[in-house]
Design a protein around this ligand. Structure first.
Ligand code: 3PY
Ligand code: MG
Length: 257
């Protein structure tokens, strides 16, 4: 019997917050290893990481073995992959570069069953990982499978209220590097700079008004903790490769010093 992990994500976000691992390596054992630490979820990155459809589907099962839900970030405009990842048991899908209400509607269409969208029926691993099947899965899926729209451009930030008004969009996730580049008109990349900080204030206020949630890609635990304190409920912390390198550096420093 598989533990029903999918519903845990929405529940934990509503209860105050989720600290997620971030995995770019296309190897389920990496995702599982991080899931066995105290993360609430694991996010698999198909946009800038090397994770592919099969790797993500396998990693979702490995993460579920540790009792945790998975989130998948798909490629830009790859909403077909969003549906496939929902079928594979992702508790949430992050779609990058959602810059308009049209982008948000298209994303929601692929993520939600009618009446919210037009997700095609093919509940594969998601049935076992949700604890529901047949009509029960149909009725629960929209609430427990989260559609998370990335805000990481000027256009996206300007359309924030419209994007949050789309019924099938559950929350937004800030890509601080791309957002900083956009806000600086390509002049710099400063993911922890003042312009992104001001945008985060605006986003935290907007999600509260809309009864939705915000997320942020964070570089370390302290940043994730501070983000939660300002009302950002879903944060990822560092990446698999960066954590590996940091641990290696720390041990080598002790050996060689
Ligand atoms: C960004 O910072 O732009 C991201 O997409 C984070 O993953
Ligand atoms: Mg980005």
């Amino acid at each position: 019997m598989t533990e029903p992990v999918i519903g845990k994500l929405a529940k934990a976000i509503a209860a105050g917050g989720v600290y997620s691992a971030w995995v770019g390596v296309n190897e389920p054992q990496v995702a599982e290893a991080l899931a066995r630490e105290d993360f609430d979820a694991v996010t698999l990155d198909m946009q800038h990481g090397s994770v592919d459809l099969v790797g993500a589907a396998r990693a979702i099962l490995s993460v579920a073995l540790a009792g945790k839900p998975s989130v998948v970030r798909v490629g830009v405009g790859d909403f077909a992959a969003a549906s496939r990842m929902a079928d594979a048991g992702a508790a949430g899908v992050i779609a990058p570069m959602i810059n308009s209400v049209a982008d948000a509607r298209a994303f929601a269409d692929f993520m939600k069953f009618p009446p919210l969208g037009r997700r095609s029926w093919g509940p594969r691993a998601c049935a076992a990982l949700s604890g529901f099947s047949g009509p029960a899965y149909l009725h629960e899926a929209n609430a427990i499978t989260l559609a998370i729209a990335m805000i990481e451009t000027r256009e996206g930030l300007d359309a924030l209220d419209d994007i949050l008004s789309v019924p099938g969009v559950d929350g937004v996730f800030v890509g601080p590097s791309d957002l900083s580049i956009a806000l600086a008109n390509g002049g710099t990349v400063e993911p922890r700079g003042a312009a992104v900080e001001a945008a985060l204030d605006k986003i935290a206020e907007a999600v509260k008004r809309h009864g939705k949630f915000a997320g942020l890609f964070c570089f370390d635990g302290a940043q994730a903790r501070a983000a939660r304190q300002r009302g950002i409920a879903f944060t990822s912390i560092s990446t698999d490769a960066l954590l590996l390198r940091a641990a290696a550096r720390a041990e080598l420093e002790k050996a060689r010093r």
